[in-house]
Design a protein around this ligand. Structure first.
Ligand code: GDP
Ligand code: MG
Length: 167
């Protein structure tokens, strides 16, 4: 598929919330409403006249804060294989988490092959956005951290501008 964005990251950082925002209202299905675990969701969206596919990779780990190493590898591999741009999502509310480092360790192997953007979610306020600096330690991405609030939409336009520049 052309123009594909994949969202990866540990459970509960807000991947599905961003997915729903990028897809718009047409496919606003949250895993946690059905309790169904599916390993991925595909949706379609458009930004500044560019059409894209977005993959929410984290369905199978819902209702759990934990994720196994095998699942991390699977999620990242799927994203790298299928997407043109990978969004690695972390959570400024929780802060740096051990599982973020596990994801970063796997993602770093693919650095340079695909654009990987570090997305610090739940930056609902400016104060929270400033807390995102600690994620530089993950060493993933091109040095820029996109601070967004998937809940209220702030920062998602700037993120999409950068993403669709590859399309
Ligand atoms: P996923 O497991 O990574 O797919 O995360 P979800 O999208 O299911 O979100 C996990 C929780 O974080 C839910 O309770 C969301 O409502 C909440 N959440 C997601 N994005 C934001 C955000 O930008 N700000 C805040 N405050 N909460 C958010
Ligand atoms: Mg989810």
């Amino acid at each position: 598929m052309k123009n594909t964005i994949a969202i990866v990251g540990r459970p509960n950082v807000g991947k599905s919330t961003l997915f729903n925002r990028l897809v718009g209202q047409r496919k606003a299905i949250m895993d946690n409403q059905s309790g169904v675990t599916r390993d991925r969701h595909y949706g379609y969206g458009e930004w500044t006249g560019k059409y894209y596919t977005v993959i929410d990779t984290g369905g199978y780990v819902h209702n759990s804060d934990d994720i196994f190493e095998g699942e991390i590898n699977k999620q990242v591999k799927l994203a790298i294989e299928e997407a043109d741009v990978v969004l690695f999502m972390v959570d400024v509310d929780t802060g740096l988490h051990g599982l973020d480092e596990e994801f970063a360790n796997v993602l770093r192997r693919y650095q340079g092959k695909k654009p990987i953007y570090l997305v610090a979610n739940k930056a609902d306020t400016n104060q929270r956005a400033h807390a995102a600096g600690e994620f530089y330690a993950l060493g993933v991405g091109d040095g820029e951290i996109f601070t967004v609030s998937s809940a209220n939409g702030s920062g998602t336009g700037d993120l999409l501008d950068a993403v669709v520049s590859h399309f």
